[in-house]
Design a protein around this ligand. Structure first.
Ligand SMILES: [Zn+2]
Length: 455
């Protein structure tokens, strides 16, 4: 029997078992026994506990020796570390706006999207926030994921970004607002699609050598935020400077999609801390662009090779690298990155809730982000909350996600090493659970599994 048909049989057996439990009026029970729990809240690690899951939720955390309910599946956790599923608060799922040679505009590549999403699961990421994309594409994937018909992390999305005409990020998918009255119908139609968090672009400086760009007027900015808030939709913003960030804070923004790209003043850090405004960290995007110029070999790390198609890795190492060098971005970010790292550390020390975000499209970049945050001087015990519960706060989902506590969705990662001692432990992934169900990592549609199958 091939491993594939064996897996099929095992899956059929598991389905029968869960169908039987459901028929008996019970949810499937799962116990992670005798594990060291790092629950994501910032509490000290708790060795020797058992975590009970019923259906998709955590129901209890018990001393390790407590008896296991009859019929429950058991995962032995001795010598293992259980953490909440990681949350990336800034991604752009690939496949929504693919340029094809000779074809005007962009098109959709669903296979690429599925590989991207499943790579996040493989890397221990159970929720992502898509911070700007082709709205039809990403809202479609979100609907499938929520209906339970798509194997993917939980997808939260803004759909379309909002910017000024000719403003930063003005593209075919963005919503351009020149006057609130003239553009109200388009905004309302977009908000009808229920973005989880509305991203606004507000960057008068221009980025990547692009010229200075127009931004929303203060009245339009306030108006857009108020319209979103009236629908219960929180807002986040791309800004690059402290003065632009202050303007958006004044207008009522709820979070930041990046840290500012310079040293922050203590007054600014304090303003964010007092209002508990989350900031997505996004060191990986700048780290990747600076690093790939000098040492593209980091793309050979096991998680990149396991999850990224060899042709795409070659593209990152060659064409994209050349583009970053030629545009001056690599050189620019090499100078900027130490300042950015100090800014992030200063925000953390001031009490600002940082939330892990990469602004990349690759699950493996989440582990690069963790490394960069550790290198920036974020203490390892604080890093876990940044990668989990603070991400849930950024998404306003902290009542459901981000920590392993009774009542919360059982999104969890079982590690073979202690992430409070070594940041590399986040890569020592033994098992990933989403909504109480163990993900079959060997069945994900990613290169490492395709290689194994073709052998
Ligand atoms: Zn982005």
């Amino acid at each position: 029997m091939s491993t594939r048909s064996l897996r099929g049989c095992l899956l059929a057996g598991a389905l029968l078992l869960s169908a039987g439990l459901a028929a008996a009026g019970e949810s499937p029970q799962l116990v992670i026994r005798d594990v060291t729990l790092l629950d994501g809240t910032g509490s000290a690690p708790r060795p020797g506990v058992s975590v009970w899951i019923s259906g998709e939720r955590v129901v209890a955390v018990q001393p390790g020796g407590a008896p296991v309910p009859a019929g429950a599946s058991v995962v032995e956790g001795a010598g293992r570390f259980l953490i909440p599923g990681l949350i990336d608060t800034h991604v752009h799922v690939q496949g929504g706006r693919v340029a094809r040679p000779g074809v005007p505009g962009t098109s959709v590549d669903r296979a690429l999207a599925l590989r991207t999403l499943q790579a996040y699961l493989y890397c221990g990421v159970t929720s992502v926030f898509d911070s700007g994309n082709n709205a039809d594409f990403i809202f479609g994937l979100r609907a499938e994921e929520r209906a339970g018909t798509l194997l993917a992390p939980r997808i939260f999305a803004t759909g379309a970004n909002i910017t000024a005409p000719q403003g930063y990020g003005d593209n075919a998918f963005s919503i351009k607002v020149s006057s609130l009255e003239a553009d109200r119908a388009r905004l309302e139609a977009h908000f009808d699609r229920q973005p989880d968090l509305q991203k606004i672009l507000y960057d008068r400086l221009g980025t990547f050598g692009t010229p200075a760009a127009g931004v929303l007027s203060q009245d339009n900015l306030k108006g857009v935020i108020a319209l979103a808030h009236a629908r219960g939709i929180p807002t986040t913003v791309h800004t690059t400077t402290e003065w632009d960030s202050l303007a958006t804070l004044e207008a009522g923004i709820d979070s930041f999609a990046h840290p500012v790209r310079a040293a922050v003043t203590p007054a600014f850090a304090q303003a964010l801390a007092e209002r508990r405004i989350p900031v997505s960290t996004t060191l990986a995007v700048f780290g990747h662009i600076a690093r790939v110029a000098d040492e593209p070999g980091f793309l050979d790390a096991p998680l990149f090779r396991a999850t990224v198609d060899p042709a795409e890795l070659a593209f990152l190492r060659n064409e994209e690298r050349q583009r970053y060098i030629a545009s001056g971005m690599s050189a620019q970010f090499k100078v900027m990155n130490p300042h950015l790292a100090r800014t992030v550390k200063r925000l953390h020390e001031a009490g600002v809730p940082l939330a892990l975000g990469t602004d990349r499209t690759l699950g493996a970049s989440v582990h690069m982000e963790l490394e960069l945050l550790a290198q920036a001087g974020i203490p390892l015990p604080d890093l876990l909350r940044i990668a989990t519960l603070n991400g849930a706060r950024y998404l306003r989902r902290e009542g459901e996600l981000g920590s392993i506590e009774p009542g919360k969705l059982a999104d969890m990662v079982l590690l073979k090493a202690d992430p409070s001692r070594d940041v590399a432990a986040y890569q020592a992934i033994e098992a990933v659970f989403k909504g109480g169900r163990r993900i079959d990592l060997g069945a994900l549609g990613i290169p490492v599994n395709e290689k194994r199958r073709s052998r």
